[in-house]
Design a protein around this ligand. Structure first.
Ligand SMILES: Cc1cc2nc3c(=O)[nH]c(=O)nc-3n(C[C@H](O)[C@H](O)[C@H](O)COP(=O)(O)OP(=O)(O)OC[C@H]3O[C@@H](n4cnc5c(N)ncnc54)[C@H](O)[C@@H]3O)c2cc1C
Length: 504
């Protein structure tokens, strides 16, 4: 008998998301972190539209909303901060997920609120305990934690283990999972400041392509601003943490009396992807599975995607005593997607270097420009738990189903994902029926049948583009489309294929 259904190692953003999700499915979870407090140094600052939508699954979207600002846009600029090669305006845009493409948040505020939410959940939390080792026994996992205060070892057993223990993941090492190094490894200093007075800096993120020193400016949630500067190989990292050096670096934007330095850290930005995200019943998610330089602002988002992709599959597997077929789809779906994020984040860094070196931005190779700018559009899922096993654009399989929205005075009044529930949903604009056998299966997986009224469809161009009369979509708990009916695929056929693919 296991102590817990799932043990999560690491309570950073990825582990916290996984813990809240599993708890929302009623799974018995132990979550362990070696630290007592949340991570204190400057890290994630942007949350994407999908990040907000994933947050809705566990009710933390308001935590982000109350502590964030929409990003106005992004541009590559030269050393004089003049735009080169084009810029992107994002202000006022709403994606199919029903949120602005990118928002900027202050992580110390959000992480504390999320940790508090975890403490009020049913998740058993063990802080100041370090994961030491694990062993597989039959189908179960056993392992040890070390209490860092008194060095006492604690043993645990569980059905599933999730390693969300960051870039130097011991879980990954214990599972002997190697990594693919995409070879962007550079030292950067990251600085957060609090403005003393009114903000007079713009609302666009700037990639500063200065041959003397590459830099990034992020117009964080006010009163905060962020800068990142490349440290050259021949330079001493430690001097960059001194206030005088930081003031010199920021002098292009602000005078020292205009701000307070609140956080600073030197990081080596990596670009690595683990070759597997799973071994048996143990999984790795977040930075344990992939690390990207932060230029795309998608590292934590990738960790959230891992958690969201994995947790409903674990919950369904536990509740229905499934074999591993459903869980097999986790790494099939997540490895290519997270590799895209890592490659294209590094691509932005490489494009900055190329722009900085070029006499004329037009000299820069089209491939690099494509990679640098292409990163702003994330791919759909390609292979995995979809009708036919492969994403099919003709039925939107592998794409995210748009969020239903209610508008008031041309503004979003309510985001209505909750009508889809926590499990699968069949969604159409017209009423539909299923036979008894199909209905029994749908009830077993808590699938909801939803007919979206015109109130939802008329004002939502995203939904209009999906919902042609009579088409029925089968949408997964993570809001990705499994498949849709058409002249050759009936609703029975669609649902039966899901049952077979899950071995249920
Ligand atoms: C400068 C910078 C800026 C960034 N900006 C963005 C951004 O704007 N948007 C974005 O989406 N991403 C961004 N990222 C990436 C993002 O911060 C990371 O992807 C994210 O923090 C990863 O979360 P995680 O939970 O997977 O890992 P971590 O945040 O590293 O958490 C791992 C947790 O595991 C614990 N742990 C480690 N080892 C053990 C052990 N043996 N036993 C128990 N516990 C253990 C740690 O204490 C920690 O709490 C940025 C990163 C950097 C460096």
């Amino acid at each position: 008998m296991n102590d817990f259904d799932v043990v999560i190692v690491g309570l950073g953003p990825s582990g916290s998301m996984a813990a809240l999700l599993l708890d929302s499915y009623g799974i018995k979870v132990l979550a362990v972190d070696k630290e007592k407090d949340i991570y204190p140094l400057p890290r994630a600052v942007t949350i994407s539209d999908q990040g907000f939508r994933m947050s809705q699954l566990v009710g933390i979207e308001d935590i982000y909303l109350q502590n964030s600002t929409e990003l106005g846009g992004a541009a590559f600029v030269n050393k004089d901060l003049e735009v080169i090669g084009g810029s992107i305006d994002l202000k006022g845009l709403i994606s199919a997920n029903g949120w602005p493409p990118v928002s900027l948040f202050h992580q110390p505020y959000t992480d504390i609120a999320i940790r508090q939410k975890l403490h009020t959940s049913n998740v058993k939390i063990l802080l100041e305990h370090e994961f030491v080792c694990l062993s597989d026994e039959d189908e179960n996992i056993r392992g040890k934690f070390l209490n860092s205060k008194d060095n006492i070892e604690i043993e645990f057993s569980c059905k599933y283990l999730i390693g969300a223990d960051g870039g130097s993941s011991n879980v990954r090492k214990q599972l002997e999972i190697s990594q693919l190094d995409l070879e962007y490894n550079r030292d950067w200093i990251v600085i957060d400041v609090e403005l003393n007075g009114e903000n007079r800096l713009g609302d666009k993120a700037l990639q500063v392509c200065d041959k003397g020193r590459l830099a990034t400016f992020i117009p964080s949630h006010l009163p905060f601003r962020r800068w990142e500067f490349l440290i050259h190989e021949n330079e001493d990292k430690h001097t960059f943490l001194k206030d005088e050096k930081i003031q010199e670096l920021i002098s292009k934007w602000l005078k020292p009396d205009e701000y307070k330095i609140i956080r600073k850290a030197v990081y080596q930005f990596h670009s690595v992807v683990a070759k597997n995200f799973r071994k048996g019943n143990a999984f790795i998610i977040g930075d344990a599975a992939h690390q990207a330089p932060p230029f795309m602002g998608e590292g934590m988002m990738s960790g959230y995607r891992d958690a969201v992709n994995l947790c409903w599959k674990i919950a369904l597997s536990i509740k229905n005593k499934l074999d591993t077929k459903l869980l097999d789809s986790f790494e099939v779906e997540r490895i290519p997607h997270s590799k895209f994020v890592v490659e294209n984040s590094a691509g932005i860094g490489e494009l900055m270097e190329a722009y900085a070196e070029a006499k004329d931005p037009k000299e820069v190779s089209k491939d690099l420009v494509q990679k640098g700018y292409g990163s702003f559009i994330l791919p759909n899922l390609t292979k995995g738990l979809f009708f036919g096993g492969t994403a099919d654009a003709s039925m939107h399989a592998g794409e995210i189903f748009p969020q239903p929205l209610l508008f008031k005075n041309n503004k979003i009044d309510k985001r209505m994902d909750k009508i889809f529930g926590k499990s699968f949903s069949l969604i159409s604009d017209s009423t539909f029926t299923v036979d008894k056998e199909t209905l029994n299966f749908l009830e077993q997986i808590d699938c909801k049948s939803i007919v979206l009224s015109e109130d939802y469809i008329n004002d939502n161009s995203w939904l209009r583009s999906f919902l042609q009369t009579g088409v029925i979509y089968l949408v997964r708990p993570d809001r990705y489309v499994f498949g849709a009916t058409n002249s050759e695929v009936s609703i029975q056929h669609l649902v039966e294929e899901l049952r077979l693919r899950m071995n249920l």
